[in-house]
Design a protein around this ligand. Structure first.
Ligand SMILES: NC(=O)c1ccc[n+]([C@@H]2O[C@H](COP(=O)([O-])OP(=O)(O)OC[C@H]3O[C@@H](n4cnc5c(N)ncnc54)[C@H](OP(=O)(O)O)[C@@H]3O)[C@@H](O)[C@H]2O)c1
Length: 246
């Protein structure tokens, strides 16, 4: 499915990013695993990939910092000679009610989730434009479409990611580059682990498939959009949410 492709995945030390990295490797890609702080998890992931006969390197970079995002892409190209796939997955939440949300918490969520996606897309597309090919997949969220109480910063960042996806898709289409978004619903990772049981139960009652999704189920959708099977798909938002939003 992704044989010989070179992929950068941001925030890939754990959670959804890790599952995407593993799925890509299982499908024949060589991966650049970006992380900010999860060094132990990244070392374990590199070992797992190596044992499975795959090829990967790890690059520490804070995607919200211009120079570091640039260095991430430059390092990937130095190592593998080209760049076929970028997955903008790195993301954080800092939930609070609107009235209590600090400017710092609003800014940091926008900086990592939205500006990080912009910076990595900017530097990756420079490489892809020269190659006249590439696939960019941005991880948004269902709440970027529906909104969610207590998440004005996060919902704004994820809605912004959808706008960025569509604008970039239009800008890059003539050069053989597709840009799509995946919008996960509730997925079992550290991000949702801390939710109180009451909130989890209420969320599940609103999911037609009656369960949280698994990170591997997001990885499958991302691999599809990164593959040649999706060559004629661009500017789209694929909901992977057990039917929550339809
Ligand atoms: N889980 C869900 O239910 C859900 C639903 C919808 C959308 N999403 C989206 O899916 C993506 C992955 O979420 P997840 O559930 O896997 O979350 P997670 O388990 O909390 O992992 C977040 C990842 O983002 C990385 N990260 C955070 N800030 C970063 C930065 N400045 N630079 C580089 N990497 C950074 C973290 O790296 P370090 O550990 O190295 O700091 C970590 O690998 C996010 O964009 C999230 O918004 C998740």
């Amino acid at each position: 499915m992704l044989n010989g492709k070179i992929a950068v995945i941001t925030g890939a030390g754990r959670g959804i990013g890790r599952a995407i990295a593993l799925h890509f490797v299982q499908n024949g890609a060589k991966v650049v695993v970006n992380y900010r702080s999860s060094i132990t998890q990244v070392e374990e992931l590199l070992e797992t990939i190596k044992n499975a006969g795959g090829e990967a390197i790890a690059v520490q970079a804070d995607v919200s910092r211009d120079e570091q995002a640039k260095e991430l892409i430059v390092t990937a190209v130095k190592q593998f000679g080209r760049l076929d796939i970028l997955v903008n997955n790195a993301g954080i939440t800092k939930d609070n009610l609107l009235m209590r949300m600090s400017e710092a918490d609003f800014n940091s969520v926008i900086d990592i989730n939205l500006k990080g996606t912009f910076l990595c897309t900017k530097y990756a597309s420079t490489v892809m434009l020269k190659q006249k090919s590439g696939k960019i997949i941005n991880i948004s969220s269902v709440v970027g479409v529906t909104g969610n109480a207590g998440q004005t910063n996060y919902a704004a960042s994820k809605a912004g990611v959808i706008g960025l996806t569509k604008a970039a898709a239009r800008e890059l289409a003539t050069r053989g580059i597709t840009v799509n978004a995946v919008a996960p619903g509730f997925i079992e990772t550290d991000m949702t682990d801390h939710l109180p049981d009451k909130v989890k139960e209420a969320s599940i009652s609103n999911i037609p498939l009656k369960r949280f999704g698994k990170a591997e189920e997001i990885a499958g959708a991302v691999s599809f959009l990164a593959s040649e099977a999706a060559n004629y798909i661009t500017g789209q938002v694929l909901m992977v949410d057990g039917g929550m939003v339809m």
